[in-house]
Write a protein that binds this ligand. Structure first.
Ligand code: BES
Ligand code: MN
Ligand code: MN
Length: 466
């Protein structure tokens, strides 16, 4: 290890309390992107992180979009003989409801003692993605403080709409193509294999969404006066959606699996070698058996198979007591997780055609859909992947696991298709971090070792391989 890197790592260890204080300040800002009531807080979070980047000697600006602002920063010490990377993260967070399930308020970060993990940071965004993105920023700060410069040229792009599907991002990438294109994107928004084992994520599932709103009679009706002949839109909706999967868990929309490839024997062997414990994974969420396509393992279902999921359903009377009503309208929100080669628009269109054919003649249907983003996979043999493996192995004492990922990060595909840039997805989250759930946490050790990992990865990447 170079003497410089050694000093950078020492610096990270010596300043880790201050780093936690900074993260706490960031976590206190409720930057919930999906709810317009928090627009000012999103702006405040963008300003906070831009100020922090400027404090460490970057040149950051908050850039407005039609949605939440972007933060873009460049390194004024840029040098043309160094490689150039783009770091991406998101400063927005998921809504914190249901509030009553939080042990302490979601935007009042605290350190708690976890029986399994030791000290953990508890707050909305602790892991997803404020804690994770700060691991990278802390590594940059330490490099700058110790050596006065970064080992590679770093552009930072932080968005505030990841949790609401990144609608402004594609236009922003198009409009600022030259500015944002680097040799490689680094993303810190994924997980590691377990507490002791780092990972590089080699694929992300894509996503498509659709809301269906079914109407029947022209007004809400008395269910005694009209019940029998009158079409009930809740019944029509649930009858159709009840047929979305067969008893083997397969999605019934025609063509849904047309573009889905089976995983290679090599891939299956690599995943089998991880000795993933399906039963333990299910037990952790209070379940005893997989409810996905039969005959496929948990890892295969999450990493390599598409899904059609019902995320919410409403209709009629849901208040206290009973109300004898046949409502005029019922609706449901669905999302599809996609695997490589599935086209989000095509999936939504096939779903609509399938759904309409299942409705009784007097029901009408409207849809809302924001589109989606395709899945993305990466080349395992790339030289940057090798450099990152070396750096992670040096920090963790064992090589990283090559993992799939069931979640989606819409921008990553756009980096490839719009900017022609590959991505390295390295994160330090764990399956039990409760991201998107009450009492979200991030292990203090993930935060510290995450920053140390990035410090090392930056040093490795500085070695030119072309
Ligand atoms: N960080 C997650 C994606 C993720 C989840 C990575 C689990 C690794 C493990 C990201 O913030 C996220 O939640 N994405 C959304 C995207 C959607 C709103 C378009 C998702 O996957 O639901
Ligand atoms: Mn995230
Ligand atoms: Mn998320």
């Amino acid at each position: 290890m170079s003497e410089e890197l050694e000093r950078v790592l020492e610096r990270l260890d010596a300043t880790s309390d201050a780093a936690i204080d900074r993260l706490f300040a960031f976590l206190k800002i409720p930057s919930i992107s999906t709810d317009p009531a928090y627009a000012a807080d999103c702006k405040r979070a963008a300003e906070w992180v831009a100020d922090d980047l400027n404090d460490m000697g970057f040149d950051a600006r908050v850039r407005s979009t039609t949605g939440q602002p972007m933060v873009v920063s460049h390194d004024p010490g840029v040098s043309s003989d160094k490689r150039h990377v783009l770091f991406y993260g998101h400063y927005d967070v998921q809504p914190s409801d249901p509030l009553d399930l939080w042990e302490t308020p979601p935007f009042e970060p605290r350190i708690a003692r976890d029986p399994v993990h030791g000290d953990v940071i508890v707050a909305r965004g602790a892991a997803d993605d404020k804690g994770q993105l700060m691991t990278f920023l802390e590594a940059c700060r330490a490099w700058k403080d110790v050596t006065g410069q970064m080992p590679v040229n770093v552009t930072v792009l932080l968005e505030g709409e990841e949790e609401s599907g990144s609608p402004s991002l594609e236009p922003f990438l198009h409009a600022n193509k030259d500015e944002l294109t680097a040799e490689l994107a680094l993303v810190c928004d994924t997980g590691q294999a377990d507490r002791e084992t780092p990972a590089i994520t080699t694929m992300l599932r894509g996503m498509a969404d659709v809301e269906v709103i079914v109407t029947g009679p022209n007004r809400d009706l008395h269910s005694g006066m009209f019940g029998g002949p009158a079409t009930n839109p809740i019944r029509a909706l649930t009858r159709a959606l009840g047929q979305l999967h067969d008893l083997q868990g397969r999605v019934q929309v025609p063509g849904f699996y047309d573009d889905v490839a089976e995983i290679s024997d090599e891939q299956r062997a690599q995943w089998d070698s991880l000795d993933f414990d399906d039963a333990a994974f299910l037990a952790d969420i209070g379940l005893t058996q997989s409810d996905g396509e039969t005959g496929r393992s948990v890892l295969e279902l999450i990493w390599a198979r598409p899904t059609a999921e019902l995320n919410g359903i409403v209709g009629g009377y849901t208040g206290p007591g009973t109300k004898t009503v046949i409502p005029s309208e019922a609706s449901a929100k669905l999302t599809f997780r996609l695997v490589p080669d599935q086209n989000p628009e095509k999936i939504v269109e096939s779903f609509k055609a399938w759904f309409e054919a299942k409705l009784p003649p007097d029901c009408k249907v409207r849809y809302n859909s924001r589109g989606g983003s395709p899945a993305v996979g990466f080349d395992l043999g790339g030289s940057d992947m090798k450099l990152a493996r070396t750096a992670l192995e040096a920090e963790w004492g064992k090589p990283p696991v090559m993992m799939g990922c069931g979640g989606s990060i819409p921008i990553v595909e756009a980096f490839k298709s719009t900017l022609g840039m590959g991505s390295l997805l390295i994160g330090f989250g764990l399956d039990d971090d409760r991201i998107h759930s009450p009492n979200e946490k991030y292990n203090v050790s993930s935060f510290r070792k995450g920053a140390r990992s990035w410090a090392r990865i930056l040093a490795e990447l500085a070695v030119r391989t072309d």
